[in-house]
Design a protein around this ligand. Sequence first.
Ligand code: GLA
Length: 418
Amino acid sequence: MGELTWSRAADDTVVADGLLAAFGESFGGEPDGVWAAPGRVNLIGEHTDYNQGFCLPLALAHRTYVAVRSRDDGGLRIGSRQAPDRTWEGTVTEVSQDSPGGWASYVAGVAAVLAEQVDPAGLGADVLVDGYVPLGAGLSSSAALSCSAALAWAELVPGLAGVDRAELAAACVRAENEYAGAATGGMDQSVSLRAVDEHALLIDCRDFSLTPVAWTLPGHQVLVIDTRAHHSLADGQYGKRRATCERAAATLGVGSLRDVGVDDLEVALAALGEGHGERSDEGSGASGERGVSGEPEEVRRVRHVVTENARVLDLVAALRERDAERVGELMLASHASLRDDYEVSCRELDLAVAAAVGAGALGARMTGGGFGGSAIALVEEAAVEEVARAVAAAFDDAGLERPHFLTAVPSAPAYRVR
Ligand code: GLA
């Protein structure tokens, strides 16, 4: 069947040396330093963060690196080794929703948000990016980018010395929401800046308080299957899901869906089913307003969020009990809920999950926002290669482009490389 493609994490020294040389070529001279921030996978707790719920991501060893030299004139130059001809030049004060646009807005947007706290002139910077989080794979390469830049500014600009990592993460969320135009919920930035090495991070998105959970499944690995699929037709679906959840919370008279517990679920669903069953703000979903179960959209969306919050806490308990089988079951239940009730899966993700489980994975699920991107599978260490091969074969048989693979090793949060 030929070689599988494994996305390897980069070596800090090699990347930093390369960035230093490239920085000189792009901007002349040397940067003040090099910073790195990780991408993530989420073990469970999907589409819960913007509902003030729970999630359980871990930081990957795959990181985005930035070489940064601060300037005192408010000027910004943002380049990337992945896009050598597309350096953006402007100023901190001219950053807006429309400019720079694209990937550079994940850096520039951070400066624009931080400029509310310090003199924009001091946020001027030459920034060169080098990314090793697979792009478009649902592994938060964009959060890794904004978080690496945010940490650089926090360490370089004297007026930001007192800003802690929770505040930096919040600034990165605002940069994404307000300048990059992505209504994301905060999980990615929190784990990229605040992860604990060798741990998964239980995040309570009501107040972004954290509980590190030791990764205690010896002999098991999390195989990440990057399906290479991105369904652009689905653009906008994330915002629609979020809007539906907010509308349902308003109908139920609660501040967020976090306030609906599993014990309240039946009553809440009945209330939604009666009053608002016919409305749809989401347009034509994969299976229409009433979905495969024939129930109204809001009912299904709310059931996902409420049961997913409970599954996060159950999975944490299972991890603490080293109960790998239970972890696998919960992953599968999460996937089914995302597929049937939340309708954010797709053919490639479902195939990756089915093939992994068919080849012996204890459980598998889509991870991240959905509509493409990556799935994860819990696999016994000795079977990782075999499961990856089975998944690749299933994609071959289906006539789909082969996935790329990596293993998720719970790693450190953002840090200064040199
Ligand atoms: C994306 C967003 C996150 C989160 C997930 C779904 O990754 O960036 O904030 O909402 O989707 O869990």
